[in-house]
Design a protein around this ligand. Sequence first.
Ligand code: PGA
Length: 261
Amino acid sequence: MNFTNEKPFIAGNWKMFKTVPEAVDMVKKLHEASLGLEKAQFVVIPAYTALSEVSRALQGSPVQIGAQNMHWEDRGAFTGEVAAPMLKDVGCSFVVIGHSERRQLFGETNETVNKKIRAALTHGLVPIMCIGESLEEKEGGNTIPKVQSQITEGLEGLDAEQVRRIIIAYEPLWAIGTGLTATPDQAQEVHRFIRSDLAEKHGNDVASCAIILYGGSVKPENTRSLLREKDINGALVGGASLKADSFAEIAREAIKAYEEK
Ligand code: PGA
């Protein structure tokens, strides 16, 4: 297994930003920024077009690479889609599945998330499954039921060995790209629930090893207080991962938080 929750796990989702030269330049800057590579785990998640070159630029580096989405079939007449073997082929180790932007804007459901997770695992990719509630659901007191149904349906039919190879990212929709962040207490409450739900369904061993990331307006100023929480093992960072200095600062804060845990 190429990840552990004994060190913070920091993933930068670059979304639909950065041309190939911009993405490669970012990787060079990250290396110059001394991320504290031995004390944390880093994944960069560029757009498909930059995967190959970024992967080449990362050769010999402990920084790993992931993709933002994939199709569940290995190949076929699916214009515009990309398959797991293609992601492996360009050096990906991780793949984001069911990001809220995919769910909201591109019709992804828990069912497609489940199919994609199965395909990713079959091909040795680590899925980063995103879950989270909308503002309306939060205000209606439905955060936990929402998150629980996403976990249950997203992981349906998977055994403990498979679930052990999955990372979960809790990203409340109202916090993504809005500048609003869940307070450490709010986030911890949901993370604790996720871990207890995993324990109930897949055993204590899987739950205690699980990496559960927080995402939604993570920035250098809030990283430390969030990651100090017991059940928060790292961050899935969007906007603040696009600049090397803020990403490196998040990494430094995450390492401090882990030292304080
Ligand atoms: P944000 O995005 O950090 O810009 O809020 C997080 C995400 O979408 O994963």
